[in-house]
Every structure is written in C-alpha cells, then in structure tokens.
Design a protein around this ligand. Structure first.
Ligand code: COA
Length: 259
C-alpha cells in the first residue's frame, strides 16, 4: 500500500515504520493502519529482517486514532463494509515473533499508548505524556489494554490512566515499567535504534522462541476481540457522538444530558 503518512524502510536487518503526519500530530487513519500492518507482514515474511522499530516525525509520537474516521463511523458516513485495518494492525502486533522496539519521542494518545504494551522495548522522552482518553471519548479500552496495562503497572495506577484518563509522564512510564528508559527527547530515537540493531544481531531463533514463551497470545487475542466488540458498539453511542462533536467544535464535551 502506498501511504505517505507511514514510511516503511529497511536499515540493515531492521525494518523501520515511521509515523509521518506531523501536521495532524500523527493521528492514525484507516489507511495508515493498513500500511503499518503491511510493514509488520513484510517483516514477518522476510528472513533478512530481524527486528522492527517504530519511530515518528515531529514532536508528537501520535494523537491516536484519527477522530474524523471515528466521527464518520458514528454518523454512519463510513462505508459499512470498508475494511477496518486497525484490527489487522493490532493482530499483527500481537502475532509478531520478531522483536518490536518503539521510540516515543513525544506525546502518545490512545493506541499510541496501548501499542507500547504490545512492544518488546520502549524508549520515551522524559517530558512526553501518555494519555488514554477512551472513557472521555465514550469508548472502552482497546488493543487488550484492559489487561496489559493493569498487569504491567497494577490496578489502581491503570485505573488512573484508563478511568480518570490522567496523563502519565515519560519519567513515570519508565518508573512503572511501561518504558525501559526515559531520556532527553533528542536521544530517544538513537537509543531505540541502537537497541533494535542489537536485537537484530542476536541468534534469531533463540530470540523468537524466548519471545513466544514470554507472551500469552491466546489471552491477548481473546481480550482484543472482547474489547473490539464493545468498542464497535460504543463508536456509535450518543456519548461518543458528543465527544467527537466536542473535538470538532473545539469545546469541552458535556455528557450531563445523556443517561
Ligand atoms: N484525529 C484527527 N485529527 C487530529 C487528531 C486526531 N486524533 N489529533 C489532532 N488532530 C489534528 C487537529 O484537528 C489539528 O488539525 P488542524 O490543524 O487542521 O485544525 C491538528 O491535528 C493539530 O492538533 P491541535 O489540536 O491543534 O494540537 P494541540 O497541540 O492543541 O492538541 C492534542 C493536540 C493531541 C492534545 C489534541 O489534538 C487532541 O486531543 N486530539 C485528539 C486525541 C484523541 O482523542 N485521540 C483518539 C484516541 S482514542
């Protein structure tokens, strides 16, 4: 797929997937998910590719799912039978047997956070903020994050993220195990790239088997699907309609008149 907002490139044995839509804070459209899924499939199929690195252009890692795409689903404008590439991307992340490293050089929202919990190594800017506003959007968590986040950081801290929707700083993310290290912004990509190349030099089969042992893909997939069914319903809810309208009109959402 030719998608200018996702750049896929090869550097020695590392496949890099780069968000490249800085004017929209790297918000991810359906086509971008498709290009990301294609990149992961390419890496899986190519024996010369031994690690995957996610990076981003600009000062934002990603503002998460494109809210125009969500609003079109909510209003019924999106074609019912159009492929929902997000599902393919999320499944390819869960299935990935090659190591995935992420360089979070700026703020991350929504799937930009939950994908970190599906990665193997994460380097983040100290001042970056992680935000999971699913409830504030009238939605529910996705990407199996209703189990990956509490499992990783404990229930009450997870609820601060997923329930209160409070931002978490890069420093806190490193302290509680969402990221390996919090670094000055300018060093994040270099550090992550070095880690990806270090992994690419390891014995690939041993690394593959180890990753397989460490990941409970069955539980992740089951939860991904449970969340996905609820998420699809919530996308069409009146609460989500109010949240998307508020974003478009640049005003706070008001849920007080909804049941
Ligand atoms: N979907 C679509 N467009 C988005 C977007 C998103 N998720 N996030 C940002 N953009 C667009 C804005 O509409 C704006 O476009 P414009 O310049 O054509 O008006 C541009 O990106 C810059 O965003 P802006 O809101 O002006 O920047 P900001 O620094 O004031 O705020 C955010 C950045 C990310 C905090 C804010 O844009 C935001 O809250 N975005 C929504 C995040 C979200 O809820 N994502 C879904 C998670 S499930």
């Amino acid at each position: 797929m030719n998608e200018e907002h996702i750049l896929v490139s090869r550097h020695a044995a590392v496949l890099e997937i780069r968000f490249n839509r800085p004017a929209k804070k790297n918000a991810i459209t359906n086509a971008m998910y498709g290009a990301m899924a294609d990149g992961l499939e390419q890496a899986a199929a190519d024996k010369h590719m031994r690690a995957i690195l996610f990076t981003a252009a600009g000062d934002f890692f990603t503002a998460g799912n494109d809210l125009m795409d969500f609003a079109a689903i909510n209003s019924g404008e999106a074609a019912e039978n159009a492929p929902r590439e997000v599902g393919r991307f999320l499944m390819r992340m869960i299935e990935a047997e090659k190591p995935v490293v992420v360089a979070v050089q700026g703020n991350a929202v929504g799937v930009g956070v939950t994908m970190l919990l599906q990665a193997d190594l994460v380097y983040i800017a100290e001042g970056a903020k992680l935000i999971t506003p699913f409830i504030d959007l009238g939605l529910v968590p996705e990407n199996a994050s209703s189990i990956t986040i509490p499992d990783r950081i404990g229930y009450v801290r997870a609820f601060q993220l997923l329930g209160l929707c409070e931002p978490m700083s890069g420093r806190e993310a490193a302290a509680c195990g969402i990221a390996n290290a919090a670094l000055p912004m300018a060093e994040v990509e270099t550090k992550a790239r070095a880690a990806a190349h270090a992994l690419a030099k390891k014995p690939a089969e041993s690394l593959r088997l180890t990753k397989n042992l460490m990941r409970n893909r069955e539980a992740l997939t089951k939860r991904l699907n449970e969340e996905g069914a609820l998420f699809a319903q919530r996308l069409k809810s009146p609460e989500a309609a109010e949240a998307f309208a508020a974003f478009l009109e640049r005003r706070p959402a008001d849920f007080s008149k909804l049941g």
